[in-house]
Design a protein around this ligand. Sequence first.
Ligand SMILES: *Cc1c(COP(=O)(O)O)cnc(C)c1O
Length: 379
Amino acid sequence: MKFGTKVIHAGIEPDPSTGAVMTPIYQTSTYAQEAPGKHKGFEYARTQNPTRNVLQNNLAALEEGRFGICFSSGLAAMDAILKMLQPGDEIISTNDLYGGSYRLMVRIYQKFGIKAHFLDMSSPDEVLAAVNEKTRLFWIETPTNPMLNVIDIGQLCGIARERGILSCVDNTFASPYLQTPLTMGADMVLHSATKYLGGHSDVVHGAIVVNDEKLAEQLYFIQNAAGAVPGPQDCFLILRGIKTLHLRVERACQNAERIAHFLKQHPKVSKVYYPGFPEHPGHEVAKRQMRHFGAMVSFDLVEDNYAAAERVLSNTHLFTLAESLGGVESLIGHPASMTHASIPRDERLKVGLTDSLVRLSVGIEDVEDLIGDLEQALE
Ligand SMILES: *Cc1c(COP(=O)(O)O)cnc(C)c1O
C-alpha cells in the first residue's frame, strides 16, 4: 500500500460488531466477561481499547513499523521511553531541542541520575566525542525547532546501532508523510500527534512506533503500568485527522516554500531558515531523507530586537500568535519568549535563536492571502 491509501485503510476495518465504516469511539472503562478470565481480549480500558488499537495499528503502518503505542500526549510518550533507562544512563540529544523535551530530561530525569548531553547532532564528531560506556539513548529531532537544522538520521542511527545504543527520532516536525526514520535505522519513532497527525489543533496526543518486539513489550508494559493513556475520543480525532495527512502536509509544504522565497527577498528580513534552500547546511541531507522540506519556516529581522519582532507578531491577522504547529491554520510564534523561554539567553544566542527570531507554522490556506498578511505585518 502506498501512503495515501494507508492513511485511509491500514489497520482500519469496518467495526466487527456493527459494520460501522468509521471506527467507533468505545467510550467504556471496562468490558463484560463471560466467566472469570473468559473475555474477548479486552479487560480494562487502561490496558486495551478497540479505538486505540485501530489507531496504534494505523500509526505503525504509516511509520513502516510493526507496533504502535499511544499516549495521552507527546511528552507522555517520551516519558515512557525515558522510563526504560536506569540511574547512571546517559542520553545524547540536540542543542535546539523542543523545549518540553529538554525540560523533561533536565528537570525530571536528571534527579533520578540520568544525564543528558545537548550538542550539535549534525556533527558526527561532536556526537562521537560525547559517547561513552554509559550512553544508552540517542534522542534525535529533525528538522529541529526552531532553527530547522537537519540531522542525518541514517548516519546517527548507524553510530548508535554499532555501539548497542538505542535511538529515537522525534518525527513530529516532519510527520510520517515526509520521512520514516525506522526505514533509516532508528529503533523508535516518537510523535506529538497533537501536531500534524491530528492536524486540526483540537486534541493533545502522543505515540511511539517500533519494530522490535522486545522493545514493544517494554513500552506496552509502561503504557499500562504507568497509565498515561489517551481516551478513545482523542484516538478517534487522531484517526480522523490522519485520513487527510498527506493532502494537508503536501499543501502546507507548497505554501511554506512560497513563503520562504517571499521572506528571503524582503528588505526587513535578514535571514530565513528553511531546509529547502540549496545554501541551507542541511539541504542535501533533507533532500535525501525527506519527501519535501516541511512546512515550518523561521526568519530573523534586520532590526534585531524584541520590539521589532513584536510589531510583526502582533500585526498578522491570518497567522495566529500561538504556541504549537501542524494544524490546518497558520500560526506565528516568538521562540525566545514562548516555546524556548526556559532556555537561558546566552545558550539561545549561541544557536542563533535571537530576540527577533520569528517562527511560522504554515497552514493550508491560500498562499496569496498568507503572503499578503506577512507583507502588511512587516510594513
Ligand atoms: C509539541 C512537541 C512535543 C510535545 O508534545 P505534546 O503533545 O505537546 O506533549 C514533542 N516534540 C516536539 C517536536 C513537539 O513539537
